[in-house]
Design a protein around this ligand. Sequence first.
Ligand SMILES: Nc1ncnc2c1ncn2[C@@H]1O[C@H](COP(=O)(O)OP(=O)(O)OP(=O)(O)O)[C@@H](O)[C@H]1O
Ligand SMILES: [Mg+2]
Length: 248
Amino acid sequence: MITLSHVYKTFDRGLSYAVEDLSFVVEEGETLVLLGSSGCGKTTTLKMINRLIEPSKGIVKVGGRDVMAQDPVTLRLSIGYVFQGIGLFPHMTIWENVGLTLRLLKWPKPRQHDRVEELLHLVGLPPEDYADRFPNELSGGQQQRVGVARALAANPKFLLMDEPFGALDSLTRKALQRELLEIKTRLKKTIIFVTHDVTEALLLADRVAIIHNGRLEQLDTGSDVLKRPGTPFVRDLLSGSDGRTAGE
Ligand SMILES: Nc1ncnc2c1ncn2[C@@H]1O[C@H](COP(=O)(O)OP(=O)(O)OP(=O)(O)O)[C@@H](O)[C@H]1O
Ligand SMILES: [Mg+2]
């Protein structure tokens, strides 16, 4: 379970808030999608969950424990994180990037090997073709898939995914969305998924949290949000989209 209670984040000593009085609970096995336009505070929210950013006020709990009371490195190793804009290590091969967490967690070598091989197949990058390349020798979409594989590597209970499919063509994107749906039902992961794409949000979410200017506008199931948009902003975001991309 992931819980945020009245969380605030200011980068300018309170002159403005990137995240303001945000509270929500993500249940075990649930996928919550954070939906909102550029700059609304989605990445800041995700980063406060694994302590890449510390809240200015309020409490974040992962697995029932306040993150500020946990060792940040141990915390981060227990949470899969797909960074916006990929975030692969340029000096490591694809194989090394995907296996990074497994090395840090000191999995036995043969198990690491099998797992990395399995993950590369899972994201459609056969190891015989891709394992020894470096990130700059892959397309943007391929790099994003490596980022997803890396986050899944240690089978974390919690997954934080920051616009993980943003740079993909629609076919690959759909394939990975299907893959994620399958992963979440099969492995019962607790997922927070960030997107500005309404269709993607409605497809993947058990519940959608719509954020505007750092504040929560509405948190509901996709069908409830569509049926009963709670604020003018939500209505505008969804209006006429019928699930089309918010930014289109
Ligand atoms: N380190 C920082 N220092 C100062 N301001 C920051 C910092 N990080 C984020 N911000 C500001 O906080 C606000 C929220 O940023 P955030 O990255 O969370 O947005 P986002 O919803 O992820 O946007 P996008 O969809 O463009 O990725 C923005 O106004 C941003 O400029
Ligand atoms: Mg962002």
